[in-house]
Design a protein around this ligand. Structure first.
Ligand code: FAD
Length: 284
């Protein structure tokens, strides 16, 4: 099923993200995480694609496990970085064979060996796929804090419009920690005439090191309240405080009538299970 239907049928869609193993064949860790995630019935599960366009086979394998072994809706990520038309065609044939209906098109994180061949932006992937395989459902990323390479958030939204016009039907945000930033962003989208459903990306921060890494990786702003929480916790307390912060964010998003929340689980079963269980009343 294309996930766009979920957003027509449900008031509040809750989904989860997992990442594939680094090495081929080492699926045990992600399968363990998926067992826990299955127990809380997310509406769909997305699988990331390795940085610099690596690891596509593992993404495909995990998407296939989500569909066949766990009977859940899957979204497979692909990236423009290091992608050629030939490699994309091979990937799309695998998706068709494995019944992967939903694809998240992304530019990809830029690392040392990142190169661009036939595609530069996520919208280039969307244009190619939609013109040849219109039945795939395409998702894309968006940035409440603005993308780090865009000269302004207004320009980033103009570029986002290109991606939507190319066939992206659903958006998932980069993680953010300040809901007001998200609400402002949604107002800006509405003012630009963009009414595409948006899932709010929530990352539970359960250790102090993680938050420093996240800030340098994706430029998310840390609100004072979260900075104070991080500064005053021991490692053990941080787990509880980080979960509570994420649950509060989701509860507030639900109260504001957002279409959905996408939980970046980092393959941590306990984190995913507790968040979904606590937020279960929102999904009724
Ligand atoms: P794009 O939409 O292509 O935009 C990239 C930049 O180019 C932006 O600054 C935009 O404003 C600008 N731009 C876009 N189109 C144009 C245009 N036509 N002309 C001029 N400028 C333009 N990375 C991975 O490697 N693997 C993953 O699995 C992965 N999953 C992600 C999931 C989500 C929900 C999100 C939000 C991000 C994910 N990322 C992943 C990270 C992502 O690849 C990076 O954030 C990347 O820097 C941007 O990707 P994008 O698809 O949003 O890029």
């Amino acid at each position: 099923m294309g996930i766009e239907r979920l957003f027509k049928e449900k008031e509040f869609v809750m989904s989860a993200e997992v990442f594939p193993p680094k090495k081929n064949g080492e699926l045990e860790g992600v399968i363990r995480a998926l067992k826990g995630i299955k127990s809380v019935s997310p509406d769909f599960v997305s699988v990331t694609y390795g940085a610099s366009g690596t690891g596509g086979d593992k993404t495909n394998d995990v998407a296939s496990v989500i569909i066949d072994a766990f009977d859940m809706e899957a979204v497979a990520h692909i990236t423009a970085v290091n992608m050629t038309v030939e490699k994309l065609e091979e990937t799309l044939q695998v998706f068709l064979k494995k019944n992967v209906q939903n694809i998240m098109v992304l530019r990809g994180d830029i690392v040392e060996d990142s190169k661009f061949f036939d595609f530069h932006y996520a919208s280039d992937l969307a244009t190619y796929i939609k013109s040849r395989y219109p039945k795939f459902t395409l998702l894309g990323g968006c940035y409440p804090d603005g993308h780090y390479q865009a000269p302004s958030i207004e320009q980033d939204i103009e570029n986002l419009k290109i991606k939507l016009d190319a066939g992206v039907e659903h958006l998932i945000t980069q993680l953010f920690f300040d809901n007001d930033t998200f609400y402002r962003f949604m107002d800006m989208l509405a003012a630009r005439g963009i009414n595409t459903p948006v899932s709010a990306g929530i990352m539970p921060v359960t250790n102090v090191k993680q938050i420093n890494r996240l800030v340098s990786m994706c430029g998310a702003q840390i609100p004072k309240r979260l900075a104070n929480i991080v500064a005053n916790q021991t490692s053990d307390d941080m787990y509880r405080a980080g979960l509570d912060y994420a649950i509060e964010q989701i509860s507030d998003l639900h109260a504001h009538g957002v279409s959905g929340v996408h939980v970046y689980t980092m393959n941590k079963t306990n984190v995913a299970v507790e968040i979904f269980e606590t937020c279960a009343p929102f999904r009724k």
